[in-house]
Design a binder for this molecule. Structure first.
Ligand SMILES: C[S@@+](CC[C@H](N)C(=O)[O-])C[C@H]1O[C@@H](n2cnc3c(N)ncnc32)[C@H](O)[C@@H]1O
Length: 240
């Protein structure tokens, strides 16, 4: 939020807003801000609507395919934010050009993405750990139009190559010694995603290996030997 530098009554647009956690954080800090969220999932937008119902200023949550042109006029937005969306798009550079178009001169973009090929998860035997880690980074579930598990590390370069002026790059690491909270959700995502892929007859790990990996992590957690770290790359830029 600090990097977005939003004026009190400014307009912030969240691309791939999902269920709206980032917009909810903006709502709490900027009660007069105009909040816009775009996502293709109607279900996620419905949850975001519930979450933002009490926001006293304008809220627009719209189903948009972010592979297309953004439904916003040129120079109409003070800040664009986006977290963990770009890997789903076949042409992320096209969306960055759209971000430039809709920002007013001086407007900020704050883009972040986890690098799924750089997850650190300790608890399973090394061969299985590497196999499952790489399979998840390369997994391409049906709800994603595209997938690039290494987009986190590419994000600074993508922004640098766009029309936006890159001003800031940092990493945020979420780590845990407990199989709870974010770590449990991510481990559960990996387990669920790779099981679904295996059940469709795809992927490089079998159902038994995925379940073996999952049980090994649970046993490690019970013995106090589990560790998890996820790195997100955050890039801020503005329109000159
Ligand atoms: C991993 S979620 C991230 C959600 C949210 N930004 C967050 O950090 O919690 C990715 C989101 O991008 C959306 N998405 C993926 N491809 C899309 C597309 N082509 N157009 C619009 N939304 C898309 C999905 O529906 C999903 O809500």
């Amino acid at each position: 939020m600090d990097l977005a530098d939003l004026p009190a009554q400014g307009r912030v647009v969240d691309l791939g807003c999902g269920t709206g956690p980032a917009l909810a954080a903006f709502a709490a800090r900027f009660p007069q801000a105009h909040l816009t969220g775009f996502d293709k999932s109607q279900e996620a937008l419905e949850t975001a609507r519930e979450r933002l119902r009490a926001h006293p200023a304008a809220v627009e949550l719209t189903s948009v395919d972010l592979r297309e042109k953004l439904p916003l006029p040129d120079g109409s937005v003070d800040a664009v934010i986006s977290s963990n969306l770009l890997e789903c798009l076949p042409d992320p550079a096209q969306l960055l050009n759209e971000v430039w178009r809709v920002l007013r001169p001086g407007g900020r973009a704050v883009l972040s993405h986890s690098d799924f090929d750089a997850l650190v998860i300790s608890g399973a035997p090394v061969g299985l750990d590497r196999k499952v880690g790489h399979a998840f980074a390369d997994d391409s579930p049906p709800w994603m139009d595209s997938s690039d598990g290494r987009i986190g590390r590419k994000l600074p370069g993508l922004v640098q190559a766009s029309s936006l002026a890159r001003t800031h790059v940092e990493t945020l690491v979420t780590s845990s010694t407990e199989l709870s909270g974010h770590a449990a959700r991510r481990v559960g995502d990996i387990h669920g995603a790779l099981r679904s892929t295996a059940m469709r007859g795809n992927g490089s790990v079998g159902l038994e290996e995925i379940d073996e990996w999952y049980s090994a992590l649970q046993q490690a957690a019970d013995a106090g030997l589990f560790f998890f770290a996820e790195t997100a790359v955050v890039v801020a830029a503005h329109r000159i």
